[in-house]
Design a binder for this molecule. Structure first.
Ligand SMILES: [Ca+2]
Length: 229
């Protein structure tokens, strides 16, 4: 009978597969729970984005969410969190309601308690863009501030280092409102330019900044201004 022979073949095949997995196999899937279960209690997810920010082969998960409960004005509290797999488990490595990633001339907080006449904030944009094309993309966040009318739109571009630390590479804020658009490895940051007696509705000019990799860092690499028609 050839039974022992079959066993040898089976054992060899198993060894070959094990070796292949070790040499060039795909990275193991992230552990449970699935990312949608990472959303904080009492909040509903708004946007979930994945990207390998530190280039270690395992994608981080970025989740913006909003509180189910609202304040006296009916405004929900926004949240933004980044989760990473460390030691085989999901863990939160950034909470935007705490200290902001340092650098880039950025303020101390990304999502702060409302102040300066603005009653609320929302995460208007959450994207992943590989500006330098090095396989280690940056997180792009747009925070809209609002009161009775639109307040500043804040743009944050945040990188994650090999050790998992977050750094703000670029921070920009408009006078009022604006738009963030991703085009490949570039961002278009468009906003109204207010002069003299321009009413809140009607800036007399518009500006579009092109933000990208300038060879050394992430910077505004072009600025176009035009009359607002
Ligand atoms: Ca990673």
């Amino acid at each position: 009978m050839s039974r022992p022979g079959l066993l040898v073949v089976a054992a060899l095949t198993a060894t070959t597969l094990a070796c292949r997995a070790e040499v060039s196999g795909p990275s193991p899937p992230p552990p449970a729970p699935p990312p949608d279960r990472l959303v904080r209690p009492g909040a509903t997810p708004v946007e979930t984005v994945a990207g390998d920010l530190d280039g270690d082969g395992v994608e981080e998960v970025m989740i913006s969410s909003a509180s189910v409960a609202t304040d006296d004005l009916g405004i929900a509290t926004p949240y933004l969190e980044v989760f990473d797999v460390r030691d085989g488990r999901w863990g939160r490595v950034f909470d935007a309601t705490g200290s902001a990633p340092p650098g880039g001339g950025a303020p101390l907080h990304m999502l702060a308690a409302a102040g300066a006449g603005f009653v609320g904030q929302s995460v208007q944009a959450l994207e992943v863009v590989d500006f330098a094309g090095d396989g280690q993309p940056e997180m792009v966040v747009g925070i809209a501030n609002f009161g009775a009318t639109a307040g500043p739109l804040e743009l944050w571009i945040v990188s994650m280092g090999d050790g998992g630390g977050l750094t703000t590479e670029l921070y920009r804020a408009t006078a009022r409102g604006g738009e963030i658009r991703v085009e490949g490895d570039l961002l278009r940051f468009a906003y109204g330019v207010y002069r003299g007696r321009d009413a809140g509705c009607c800036p007399s000019r518009r500006a579009v900044e092109t933000i990208g990799w300038d060879g050394e860092g992430i910077a505004v690499i072009a600025l176009r201004r035009s009359p607002n028609r």
